[in-house]
Design a protein around this ligand. Sequence first.
Ligand SMILES: NC(=O)c1ccc[n+]([C@@H]2O[C@H](COP(=O)([O-])OP(=O)(O)OC[C@H]3O[C@@H](n4cnc5c(N)ncnc54)[C@H](O)[C@@H]3O)[C@@H](O)[C@H]2O)c1
Ligand SMILES: O=CCCC(=O)O
Length: 509
Amino acid sequence: MTQTATLTRSMGTPRMASSSAAPLKLSNPSLWKSEGGFLNGKWTSGSGSGSFKVVNPGNGQTLGSLPEMTVEDTKQAVNHAHEALKTWRQTSEYERAAILTKIFQIMTENSEDLAQIITAENGKPLADARGEITYGASYFSWYAGEAIRNYGDVIPSAVKGVQNTTIKQPVGVCAIITPWNFPNAMVTRKLAAALAAGNTVVLKAPSETPYSVLAIAEIARQAGVPDGVINVVVTEKHTPDVGKELCENPLVHKVSFTGSTRVGKILMKQASSTLKKLSFELGGNAPFIVFSDADIEKAIAGVIACKFRQSGQTCVCANRVYVQDEIYDEFSEKLAAAVRKFQVGEGNKEGVTHGPLIHAAAVDKVQSHVDEAVSKGAKVLVGGKKIDIPGYFFEPTVLSDVNDCAINREETFGPLAALYRFKTEEEVIRLANDTEVGLAGYFFTENIARLHRVAAALEVGMVGANTGAISQASIPFGGVQESGFGREGSKYGLQDWQNIKLVAIGGLN
Ligand SMILES: NC(=O)c1ccc[n+]([C@@H]2O[C@H](COP(=O)([O-])OP(=O)(O)OC[C@H]3O[C@@H](n4cnc5c(N)ncnc54)[C@H](O)[C@@H]3O)[C@@H](O)[C@H]2O)c1
Ligand SMILES: O=CCCC(=O)O
């Protein structure tokens, strides 16, 4: 691939944004966008100065650099979205469904390239990246279907001669802020619903994985999404200021955020100034309970799928694994043996099952959780140390006999399975719920009465009973308590992007 230096013009300031046109061997190089952000249908480096590097966490090398866009660019993006809303909101549900279907088709046709981009900037193994594209694209086909089932109501009236009806309308300009751990699917889960409902959007891409977001914008452009309906701002340095602008700009009517609880709290405060509609998908601290009546082999497969997905960097990953006394020793030995078989390495290498963490700070956090737990009596059954090779790697780790420590309270967001011993159902429900967050919870049991009891008792938004994998477009994804609010995906997801309007029609008698 040839190196190019692209002259981009934005807001009157010509600037050199120098990066490789496509450092990956993509079949469709048009999906590698190196100019910068996307405003009103045009690629732009924005009005700022300087650039930020995007690093491949699997080898520590710079993948590319993108220009730092600014608050001024964000204001422009909002203005474009506001203008575009006037016509986009008037399109019919059938027209929007056709465009979403087209996006689904183009994403599917380009799935291998999109997966390569994810693996390069996020590090996950290619097989997982391919799975993410299938999952991410499925939100477009799902919401193409939901768009054309955008029913209103006719509501019985207490007053003669009045008919109460409701219609559902777009919220308006929506800000979308997403994390790096699922660079594609965290965007599509929001974007597909936003567009289906007739909104226009400004996306603030994560600085770790912006290329996946830019590729989605390019695909949407190719699918016929009109200029200004989708705008993308890229920045690292100005992230807090850009976030503040999105939360405070009066032309923005909704902020949809996926990320940490810490940042969610900042955004909620900022958005209170203009009372925006909010949907927050925040951090978790999922309990994973294995009762002595569980099928142990299935429970081990479940915990591996759940805990070690994306090397533990998934919001719905198990963080605390509670195993009942009678099966504890057998379970922990078998889990450790299974984890020893993982192949850790760069995501694009054949045979690799688990990739790197996103950056050095993530590795340090896992190490600190391990060290603290060990200092309080935990035993390392496998792993326990960072791996000293280029990139950001940590050994897949299983700790047994974990006591009260930071893991109980904070998500590790890394490949660390912390095993706790429990005796009774009552005790484990109390331990599982002893946290401020409530995103997902899992348990394995072959007892049907217990299955219903425990599912009802866990204080979370999503329960996996006898499964460690819950995510798909058709389910209502979201949490309770400090894991946020709102639901994405499913038949409920569209309404988070809509206002319900009453139309009471009088004089009918
Ligand atoms: N509930 C869910 O669906 C879900 C899904 C994925 C990740 N997460 C959570 O996300 C976290 C990991 O992702 P992360 O480290 O990228 O989270 P993060 O909160 O640091 O960042 C998320 C996004 O917010 C941006 N951001 C950071 N500070 C900001 C600010 N002051 N104003 C505006 N935007 C800001 C980042 O650039 C990124 O785009 C974990 O806590 C994980 O559980 C939750
Ligand atoms: O990281 C959180 C989201 C992953 C998922 O949608 O399953």
